[in-house]
Ligand binder design. Structure first.
Ligand SMILES: N[C@@H](CCC(=O)N[C@@H](CS)C(=O)NCC(=O)O)C(=O)O
Length: 217
């Protein structure tokens, strides 16, 4: 019997929470959510007991604690291999890990200039040159993956990589980033996933906008 809890933060702002939550959904592991409001000191003290990095997401499963989004994805892939969060084929799996790693450690200018904000809508947003360079690199990753594996997802079948890039998709929508047909269709596909619809619906119900979080979070 599985006992799994995923600790997350704001659904509107927390891009890492979204990634971890999508991975857990994709894995098929039944789990409950523990939402820690980012500005609640008592809850934050509790978070330290759950996540030794003090960051979300954190997955606690049958006594095992996993923090850091990439580690969560790798763990879920081990306990639920049938969900193929990582592709079975070594070459594809390596590509998946490489592009997930790039997302995990890179694209700082894009992440800080275009923070995730699902309720936000900024049609005339001016993208800074360094953020644009990140956007260009991300879209070239998407195009080459979709071309090499034939879609509909980055590695063909849905994988951990789609969860890693999902908050980028929402940023492109929030800030009206211009995209070519292939990347735009990929964004539609991600936004149309039932899991994304569920998450965004919950984000819209979150009470107030937090001005201090209108930055990378
Ligand atoms: N490298 C971490 C990043 C996690 C992270 O930065 N989480 C943010 C929320 S999106 C957080 O917990 N921030 C807490 C805070 O800023 O106090 C991961 O992959 O999980």
């Amino acid at each position: 019997m599985d006992d799994a809890t995923l600790t997350i933060s704001s659904k509107n702002y927390s891009s890492w929470s979204l990634r971890g939550w999508l991975m857990t959904k994709f894995s098929g592991l039944p789990f409950s959510e523990k939402v820690i409001p980012p500005d609640d000191p008592a809850m934050r003290a509790e978070l330290l007991l759950l996540s030794s990095s003090f960051l979300v997401p954190c997955l606690n499963h049958n006594g095992v604690s996993v923090w850091d989004t990439l580690a969560i994805g790798e763990y879920l892939n081990e306990i639920r291999p049938e969900a193929a969060l990582l592709p079975k084929d070594l070459k594809k799996r390596t590509r998946c890990r490489s592009i997930c790693g790039e997302m995990h450690s890179g694209f700082g200018p894009m992440r800080s200039a275009l923070p995730m904000n699902l309720k936000g809508d900024f049609p005339k947003f001016k993208v800074w040159a360094r953020a644009q360079a990140d956007i260009d690199h991300i879209t070239s990753i998407w195009r080459s993956c979709l071309d090499d594996y034939g879609g509909p997802f980055l590695l063909g079948e849905r994988s951990m990589a789609d969860a890693m890039y999902a908050p980028v998709v929402t940023r492109f929508r929030t800030y009206h980033v211009e995209l070519d047909r292939v990347c735009s269709a990929y964004c539609d596909r991600i936004m149309g996933m039932p899991e994304m619809i569920e998450w965004i619906g919950a984000a819209r119900l979150e009470p107030e906008d937090m001005e201090e979080l209108e930055v990378e979070f």
